[in-house]
Write a protein that binds this ligand. Structure first.
Ligand code: GAL
Length: 787
């Protein structure tokens, strides 16, 4: 099988009937992935990209006899009609699944005209449309288009079931007439070694054999293999992994629900991901899809992602396979169920989703309900049947916000928005369902506490604590198999949602994938890399009445030591009763041992003085609790503490006004060693920090993109959250790279980003990021052209 990529050389414009038959050279030249219209970061609206469009391309093919020519369109949002040389060959009515059209009969030897008519409007007769939707459904040919050239007799599909017992079952669908000799080879892509060769000339659809030396695929060891399928002259490869999934309850405790991967218990700790990006909506190439998977696994350290609310790029799922990130994917839809023909399309979508994604070891759950829809047993009996019959190896689920709704799936997925800042973090299983099936929190937080990167410190702290509390509750009660929070990053949405600018600030990252504090809740749940984020800038002016109050260290350390200007204050420890392995560590005392060390005070007296000073800060003099009044009275009567002395101590140790700048140092300690340090102080020297996803871009099957994450930080490394400076990105050699979206934009909460796109030319360039008054940062980038 030959795969010819067709991402380049398209012409694009608004639809006109003549486009069926006439190549219009006046249309704009475009490359795929493509969005029909770039939109602004804020206040984007579907009317900006809704319409009927045309994509046209010449298809010059040497039409060899005995060969099939099959066109594959991986993503056309939302309805497509495909014409070849004026003849309508097929259409597709889902913006989120791929489709294939056999061009063989209509194809001419030599020059052909391929025309795709794309309707990007929100047609209520197909999912997800028909009512309101909390995300923008951008339009465009936004994934790859390619041509499959293969012998007439070929393998149309191979479904690979590879389990933890190293048993391989391959279900083959053949095209063409007659039977060809079949060989299946299991190859290790790293060593190119063949682990098993299986032959059969009978044309049987089901092939089974063992691969005893195969290693298993798991989140920690995502070992992948290639299955080379040779069917007569047709040779094609599939990537897969050996692993088993089982749902179960612990034998000694029926409330102890787990999902098992290769018989190992896994708690699904994850985030929901949309497939959108600023400006270009859905249209980003492989590198950006892979970057999101990398951020989830390597920066946020989650083990699970839900592709809310539709199947996402194969490049994203391939990356999840390689990284060992578990995936819950689902059919397109949002709350609304349409009429019978709408449901029929949803059933087709279910079939397409399962068939197109079932070889990915990372996918562990099929979502076969429309997200948050009402019960509809007849409808969902069919979607469940489709998924189970096309793939007996994976459980089904379906996301609901309803308690005690009808369960036709294997896992009860529930959006638990019960936590509003007080009470327990999550409902227990018996409050959600009477069913025995395992319970999964498929969403939490989100709209319950929208948080902008420029919100004040208390708000950002509460956002992070809410993520920690729900996850903690879910992990603690052993009646949940996981918690997949809402959501990975801020996203653009319809008018009915968002903060007035049609952005849902629900992410633990901002739209450009810059971390908010809540990101540290997830990032700290691992052992490999030390994490330490402090929830306060330690600037009293950012707090009501100047009282910082308790603040938190989000860390995987087993102790956090606090120092004030290098004087040891106190050690703080995680709560051992927490469900989270690494709960946020509460810091509730910024005076600690200082009075003993600096004032030579007796420890028992110092303890009472600290309690009084902290209480003066917290309550003010007129609202002191009785216990503090009693302590203060005792200090005055027994220890001869005067008001003047108390005021002096307060000024130095609680207020800090007028003294030299206080630098707070936090040391994260693991196994007795300092593994990370964070300093906080009243910063006055800002600088730019630029992280680029890749400085080496590849012009391959199409253009490549590198993401710049830009942050303004003070000299202590704290993001300058209220710094809304204009930032400019300049590409010195614009022949090789261009900026997607505006080149000048504003830092929001001290953070922003930009995307750089290759132009088709190889070469190198400097990219300069500037913000008024700050030292510019230069990133050197290189573009290489692949043959
Ligand atoms: C859920 C919905 C998500 C998102 C979220 C916001 O109800 O499934 O798509 O809207 O709320 O919290």
């Amino acid at each position: 099988m030959q795969k010819v990529m067709l991402n380049n050389d398209w012409r694009f414009g608004t639809w006109d009937d003549s486009c069926r038959t006439v190549y219009d050279a006046t249309l704009s030249p475009v490359r795929l992935p493509h969005t029909v219209k770039e939109v602004p970061l804020h206040n984007a609206d579907p009317s900006m990209y809704a319409g009927e469009f045309v994509y046209q391309r010449r298809l010059n093919v040497h039409k060899e006899e005995g060969m099939s020519f099959i066109l594959h369109v991986d993503g056309a949002a939302h309805q497509a009609q495909v014409y070849l040389n004026g003849a309508l060959l097929g259409s597709h009515h889902c913006g989120y699944t791929a489709f294939a059209i056999d061009l063989t009969k209509a194809l001419k030897d030599g020059d052909n005209l391929l025309t795709i008519r794309l309707d990007t409007r929100e047609d209520p007769s197909i999912p997800p449309f028909g009512f309101v939707i909390d995300y923008l459904c951008y339009g465009g040919l936004y994934r790859d288009v390619w041509l499959e050239i293969c012998p007439l007799s070929h393998v149309q599909d191979a479904f690979i079931l590879a389990d933890m017992y190293r048993h391989l079952r391959v279900e083959l669908t053949y095209a063409g007439t007659g039977t060809q000799p079949l060989s299946l080879a299991v190859m290790d892509p790293q060593t190119n070694q063949c682990l098993a060769l299986h032959k059969d000339d009978t044309g049987a659809a089901i092939q089974e054999f063992n691969v005893p030396d195969a290693q298993l695929w798991s989140p920690d060891h995502p070992k992948l293999y290639t299955l080379k399928v040779m069917y007569g002259e047709d040779v094609r490869t599939y990537i897969f992994g050996f692993r088993s999934i089982r749902l179960g309850a612990c034998s000694d405790n029926v409330n102890d629900d787990w999902i098992y991967i290769n018989e190992e218990r896994v708690f699904l700790r994850g985030l929901n991901r949309h497939q959108s990006y600023p400006y270009v909506g859905y249209a980003m190439p492989s590198s950006m899809q892979e970057e999101d998977a990398r951020i989830l696994k390597e920066e946020l350290h989650v083990n699970t992602v839900r592709t809310s609310h539709y199947p996402q790029s194969q490049y994203f799922i391939d990356a999840c396979d390689r990284l060992g990130l578990l995936v819950f994917t689902e059919i397109p839809g949002w709350q609304h169920i349409g009429n019978q023909s709408w449901k029929q399309t949803a059933m087709t979508n279910t079939e397409e989703m399962v068939k197109q994604y079932r070889n990915h070891p990372s996918i562990i759950l099929w979502g076969v309900r429309i997200n948050e829809s009402q019960d509809d047993d007849d409808f969902y009996a069919v979607t469940n049947r489709i998924a189970h019959s096309l793939d007996p190896s994976r459980p089904t689920s379906g996301v609901r916000y309803l308690q005690n709704s009808h369960l036709l799936e294997d896992v009860y997925a529930f959006n638990d928005f019960s936590y509003n800042g007080t009470g327990k973090g999550a409902l227990s299983k018996k409050e959600v369902t009477k069913e025995e099936a395992p319970l999964l929190i498929s969403e939490c937080n989100g709209h319950m506490f929208p948080t902008k990167s420029w919100d004040d410190a208390l708000h950002r702290q509460e956002h992070a604590l809410r993520h920690a509390r729900v996850l903690d509750a879910a992990m603690k009660d052993h009646t949940h198999i996981g918690c997949i929070a809402w959501c990975m990053f801020d996203y653009a949405t319809h008018k009915d949602f968002g903060s007035g600018d049609r952005i849902c600030y629900h992410g633990v990252l901002d739209s450009f994938r810059n971390p908010k504090l809540a990101a540290a809740v997830y990032a700290s749940q691992q052992e490999e890399e030390p994490v330490l984020e402090i929830s306060s800038s330690m600037n009293i002016g950012d707090y009501p009445a100047g009282y910082i109050g308790d603040f938190y260290a989000f860390t995987n350390a087993d102790e956090v030591k606090l120092y004030r200007n290098d004087d040891f204050v106190k050690s703080f420890y995680p709560d051992p009763s927490a469900g989270l392995k690494h709960p946020p560590i509460r810091i509730d005392d910024t005076i600690g041992h200082l009075l003993e060390e600096k004032e030579g005070m007796d420890p028992s007296v110092a303890k009472d003085v600290v309690a009084c000073l902290l209480a003066f800060q917290k309550y003010g003099m007129d609202r002191l609790p009785l216990s503090i009044k009693a302590k203060a009275a005792k200090l005055m009567a027994v220890n001869h503490m005067t008001m003047k002395e108390a005021a002096r101590l307060y000024g130095i140790y609680a207020g800090g006004w007028g003294s030299d700048a206080i630098i707070w140092r936090f040391d994260a300690i693991r196994n007795g060693k300092v593994v990370k340090q964070v300093k906080k102080g009243p910063g006055h020297q800002l600088h730019l920090e630029v992280t680029c996803s890749s400085s080496h871009l590849i012009e391959g099957d199409t253009y490549d993109v590198s993401a710049l994450r830009i942050q303004i930080k003070d000299e202590y490394g704290t993001v300058a959250s209220y710094c809304q400076l204009p930032v400019t990105v300049t590409v010195v050699n614009p022949n090789v790279l261009e900026v997607i979206g505006p080149s000048t934009f504003t830092a929001e909460g001290g953070m922003c980003g930009s995307y750089l796109k290759t132009t088709g030319v190889s070469g190198s360039t400097a990219v300069i990021v500037r913000a008024s008054g700050l030292e510019p940062v230069t990133v050197n980038m290189e573009v290489t052209k692949e043959n």
